[in-house]
Write a protein that binds this ligand. Structure first.
Ligand code: HPA
Length: 273
């Protein structure tokens, strides 16, 4: 793990040599959402391939860029795109950018993703605050020797999705007249969408939403003490719920359609942080 910490510090030093602002808030824009926030004030962009030891995203709809700048006058870092377990990355590779955020001095992260709805009270296009998660990805970023400089061996995930930030996000949504629902997200390894039987099982387990990301990042973020807010955009009804055909194109189409409102919501949240 010494070597992992060295890599993290190398990436941090590279960024600190170049960045003109010190971000306090980190954001991850998921599938089809990477353009949502447009240009920032005092913007500086870095392709992931420029930053030492950063993973390279391989999926259409995931840009792989870090953007530093001011949003609503607050210093932020926006990750346009992310990497996933199904791309073949290790969990420490998926956690790497989150850990770099922490070492850059970021205190809270806002994660976004596209998700399928299991709960029939949700509909395509809804924004849903993640209240809690269930992990079915057969690994996690904390397995192996603990990086004690980042956090404890046995962290708890009791308030993983900060109640304080959820209340703040709800107030922000209300001020815009946007509906913001709440639910439990189940993370699957992907890349295939689920079977109807799996979705029925996940429903019985208590999941409202299903997706292939976010949970590894949340585990890494909570380990190192970052406060987390996570928002899903419902892009489809999950397998067997309704008549959805479940294609990546559909996911991207819906996220594009909801990008404008999501940007408004994210700005209103950041303004309140
Ligand atoms: N399942 C898994 N991941 C997803 C889905 C889904 O239905 N929709 C968007 N991401």
């Amino acid at each position: 793990m010494r070597s992992e910490l060295k890599k993290l510090h190398k990436a941090v030093r590279f960024l600190q040599r170049h960045i003109e602002i010190s971000p306090m808030i980190g954001m991850v824009l998921g599938s089809g959402l990477s353009e949502a926030l447009g240009e920032l004030e005092r913007e500086q962009r870095f392709l992931w391939e420029e930053i030492p030891y950063f993973p390279k995203p391989t999926v259409v709809g995931h840009a792989g860029e870090w953007v530093f700048g001011l949003l609503e006058k607050k210093p932020v870092l926006i990750s346009r795109g992310r990497v996933h377990f199904y791309e073949g990355y290790s969990m420490s590779e998926i956690a790497f950018p989150i850990r770099v955020m922490k070492l850059l001095g970021i205190e809270r992260v806002i994660l976004t993703n596209a998700a399928g709805a299991i709960n029939t009270g949700l509909k395509v296009g809804d924004f849903v605050l993640i209240r809690d998660h269930i992990n079915t990805i057969p690994d996690n970023p904390l397995r192996g020797e603990n990086i004690s400089e980042l956090g404890p061996r046995f962290p708890n995930l009791l308030d993983a999705y900060s109640a304080r930030l959820r209340a703040l996000a709800k107030a922000a949504a209300q001020s815009l007249g946007l509906e913001l629902k709440e639910g439990v997200y189940i993370a699957t390894p992907g890349p295939m969408y689920e079977t109807p039987a799996e979705i029925e099982a996940y429903k019985r387990l208590g999941a409202d939403l299903v997706g292939m990301s976010t949970v590894p990042e949340v585990i890494a973020a909570r380990h190192c003490g970052l406060e987390v807010l996570a928002i899903s955009v419902v892009t489809n009804m999950a397998a067997g719920i309704g008549t959805d055909k479940l294609t990546h194109e559909e996911v991207l189409e819906i996220t594009k359609r909801r990008e404008g409102d999501l940007a408004k919501l994210l700005r209103a949240i950041v303004a309140r942080l």
